[in-house]
Design a binder for this molecule. Sequence first.
Ligand code: ADP
Ligand code: MG
Ligand code: ZN
Length: 614
Amino acid sequence: MNRNGRGMNLIISLMLIVLLIFWFSGTLRRMENTVTQEEFDRMLSAGEVSGAMVIQNREVPTGSVQINLENGEDWTLVVTDINPVIDQLKEAGIDPVVRDVQGENVFLTSILPALIMVGGVLLIFMMMNAQNAQANGGGRMMNFGKSRARMSVGGDTKITLGDVAGLKEEKEDLQEIVDFLKDPAKFTKVGARIPKGVLLEGPPGTGKTLLAKAIAGEANVPFFSISGSDFVEMFVGVGASRVRDLFEEAKKNAPCIVFIDEIDAVARRRGTGMGGGHDEREQTLNQMLVEMDGFGVNEGIIVMAATNRVDILDPAILRPGRFDRKISVGLPDVGGREAILKVHAKNKPLGDNVDLKQIAQTTAGFTGADLENLLNEAAIVAAKENRSFISQEDIKAAFVKVGIGTEKKSRIISDKEKKITAYHESGHAILFHVLPDVGPVYSVSIIPTGVGAAGYTMPLPERDEMFMTKGRMKQEIMVSLGGRIAEEIIFDDITTGASSDIKKATQIAKKMVTRYGMSENVGVICYDDDDDEVFIGRDLAHAKAHSELVSGEIDREIRRIIDECYAQAKDLILQHLDVLHKSAQLLLQKEKINRAEFEALFRSGEPEAFFENK
Ligand code: ADP
Ligand code: MG
Ligand code: ZN
C-alpha cells in the first residue's frame, strides 16, 4: 500500500514536470518567433516580406500571420483582428493565403500533445509496475511455461475428510499430514520429520483425488493440483519449466499441498520407452525430483501424487525424501460402499423403500465413482418418471444400466466366484500366519483389485532383510501355493485364478536353483546372471549360458522344490481346516478383514501356530 502511494506521487510529479516543459517550450517558441506590429510594419515597408499566410480564427476574432522574409526567415505576428493586416499586405503587393484555424486551438496545440506524453509516461509506469508485481508475484511477462496448476485455497474447496466415505485406514494414515499442515511448528519444534511426499495408489474412481483435496480442505491450506497428462503433449522443456513454476508458487504459499494427479504419465520408469524413451517426459520427471530434493523436510509443502499404475513408476520417485509414504486406496468393502452411498444420497431424496445396505451388498467391485454414478442414474430414472424421490426400483434399473455399461471396469461378481476367492485368499492367509519367516497378515480381502485379481492377502513385513534364506524362500513358495491348495481341498476342483501365484512360486524356485545355488542336485553354480532390470526384450536377448543337460536338471530341481512345498503347505492348511472355513465365512460377510480379526480365528480353542516362535 505504502509502495503504491509513493508510486502515485511520483507519477503525479512527473506529469507536472512534463506539463511545465510543454507550456514553457510553447511560450519560448512564441517569444522567439513572434514579431510585434511595429516590427511587422517596418519589415513590410522595408520590402523584406516575400510572402505571408494568414490564419484566422473565426470564433475568437484573433489570428496569426506567418511571414516569410526574403532572407528566408519565418516570423509570426499575432493579432486580434486579421482584416487590417490583410489590407496592409495587399497594399504592399503581397497576396496572402488565408486559412481558417482548424482546430488550431489551445487544446490541440498544447494540451493534447501534453496529454499524450503524460499518457505514454503513465503507460510505461504501469507496465513497469506490473512487471515488478509479476517478478515478485510469480511469472514473467512472457509466461509461456507457466504452470497450468490450478490453485484453490483451502477455504473454498470445502471438501473435508467427512466427505470421504469409507477409507478409514487411509484417512488415519493421512491424519498426521493434516495435523502437520495445520500447525507445522508443533512438529518442527520436537524435531519430527514429516514425509515430503505421499503416493496414493489404487484403481481409478476410488477417491484418490477426493482424498487429496480433502486433506487440503481439512487443514485449510492452499491446494495446487496438476495432472501428469498435462505435461505429456508439451514442447520440450516446457514440462520442466511448469514443474519449476508450480513448486515456486507452492513455496510462496507454504504450508500447502501440491497434488500431481496421474503421476504415472510423467514418472514412468526411465529408459523403458521404445527407441530411447521420451526426452520431454524424462526432463519433466527429473525436474520434479530436483524440486522435491530441493526443499527442506519441514518447509510445509506436502507433495501428494496419485496413480493407478504403481508398478510402472520409476523407482527413483519412491526413494526416501521423495514419495516416502505410499498409501493404497483400494476398492471399498461392503461397509465402505454403504457409507459412500450415504454420502452421495445426502442431496437426493430417497423413497422409504430404499435400502442402501442391500445395495451395498450387491455392488461388490464398485468404486466410489461407480456408486456415485449409480445413484445419479437412479435419479435420472426417477426424474424421467416425474417422481420427486428415488425408489429402490430406480436404483435397480440404474444398476442394470451401470452394470452393463461398465462391465469391464467393475464386473459384478457371482456368489460362487466370491466363495472361491474367499477360500483362496484364506489359504494364503493361513500360511502367512503359521509360517515363521513370512507375514504376519495385514489384511485379507475378496474385493477385486483394479489389476484383475479377485482378491488379495497382504502381509505386513516386519523385519528388514539383508538376505533371503532358503527356508524363507520355500515358505514364500508355500504361501503362493496356498490359494490353489485351499481351492483344491474345498471345491475338489481348481480354477484359473491362481495363475499368477503359480508363476510367482515358479520364479522363486527357479532363482533358488539357478542363482543362489540352493538345490541339491544342480550345485552351487550361477546359471542366471542377469539383473532385475525390467525392459522389453530382455528375455529375447538373453542367451542361454548352459547346456541342455543342465537345463533338464534345473527344471527337475524346480519341480522337486515346488512339489515339496506343495505337500508341506497342504498339510498345514489341513491342520487348520476350521480356520479356513471360518476365515472364508468372515470374508464373505465382510469382504475385508484385518489382522486382529484374522488372528482371532486361530484363538478359538485350536492349538496356536504351527511353529512356536511365531
Ligand atoms: P480417483 O482420483 O481415485 O480416480 P476420484 O477422487 O476422482 O477418484 O473420485 C471420483 C468421484 O467418486 C469423486 O468425486 C466422488 O464423488 C466419488 N468417490 C470416490 N470415492 C469416494 C469416497 N470414498 N467417498 C465419497 N465419494 C467418493
Ligand atoms: Mg483422480
Ligand atoms: Zn492367490
